[in-house]
Design a binder for this molecule. Structure first.
Ligand SMILES: Nc1ncnc2c1ncn2[C@@H]1O[C@H](COP(=O)(O)OP(=O)(O)OP(=O)(O)O)[C@@H](O)[C@H]1O
Ligand SMILES: [Mg+2]
Length: 252
């Protein structure tokens, strides 16, 4: 459903992505894992057509993100690092506004508003101004805006960041539930997060893809690197892949 090929992004002289390639099959959850500054947000901004890559191609459902950007946008729901909320609107006003901007009207918008209100559990704050909401509820409303037009693909940049443990469980359950009918790419630097949610993991560091596969495949591969115990945790795996780069003097 998502095909990323040799993606490179330069900000001036600085290369934030250095030719990464990976795929997300339909109805799978892929966790993009990497430390701060790895390039996760940059990759997501390119996939969602907010940024133009320096080189490389990305296809979403066969559509090219550069040549068919408008069609790609319709397919994608995007939750950026900071949810893009208008503080003076209530949750209801904001989601109505976003839904209309994405072409929903009449009965279809009423149905989607009701669905997101239930699915994202934002009933209690429905009539509250967004400026009054706690971080967890702001994140839920952010997720609701990503879902309002019922997109096939969800791109979530650190969806559980800043939430308390109960809220994290709630959001994880919702994301898993959504993956029954949607393709989901999310980023995180929290290892337990990918372990809990993702079928496939892509590890990036300093703009390079250092490993990809299922947790089991990565465990196998990292054992081959030699420096790791027989039954590595995901944390051992992560460190195992980052260490060789650090030894070569690359930024970790
Ligand atoms: N607009 C920009 N101009 C210049 N450099 C940028 C810009 N945006 C990001 N960068 C740099 O690109 C690199 C990758 O940043 P990015 O935000 O993609 O990382 P990230 O993996 O999302 O990190 P985090 O976990 O902290 O969110 C960083 O070194 C960052 O400073
Ligand atoms: Mg980021």
């Amino acid at each position: 459903m998502i095909q990323v090929q040799s993606l490179t992004m330069r900000y001036g002289a600085f290369e934030a992505l250095k030719g990464i390639s990976f795929e997300v099959p339909e109805r799978q959850i892929l966790g993009l894992l990497g430390p701060n500054g790895a390039g996760k947000t940059t990759a997501m901004r390119i996939l969602t057509t907010y940024l133009c890559p320096t080189s490389g191609t990305v296809k979403v459902n066969g559509l090219d993100i550069l040549k068919q950007a408008d069609q790609v946008r319709k397919l994608i729901g995007y939750l950026p690092e900071t949810a893009p909320l208008y503080p003076d609107m209530t949750a209801e006003e904001y989601l109505t506004f976003v839904g209309q901007a994405r072409g929903l009207q009449g009965r279809s918008i009423r149905e989607r508003l009701e669905w997101t209100r239930e699915a994202c559990q934002i009933k209690t704050v429905w009539k509250h101004r967004l400026s009054e909401l706690s971080k967890g509820y702001r994140q839920r409303v952010g997720l609701a805006q990503a879902l309002i037009h019922d997109p096939k693909v969800l791109i979530l940049d650190e969806p559980t960041s800043g939430l308390d443990p109960l809220q994290i469980i709630g959001i994880r359950e919702l994301i898993r539930e959504l993956s029954r009918e949607k393709t989901i790419l999310f980023s995180t630097h929290i290892l337990s997060e990918v372990e809990a949610m993702a079928g496939k993991i892509v590890i990036i560091n300093a703009g390079r893809l250092v490993a990809q596969g299922t947790p089991n495949e990565l465990a196998e591969e990292v054992r081959g690197l030699g420096e790791i115990q027989p039954n590595p945790s995901l944390e051992d795996i992560f460190i195992g892949f980052l260490k060789p780069q650090a030894k070569r003097g690359e930024h970790v």
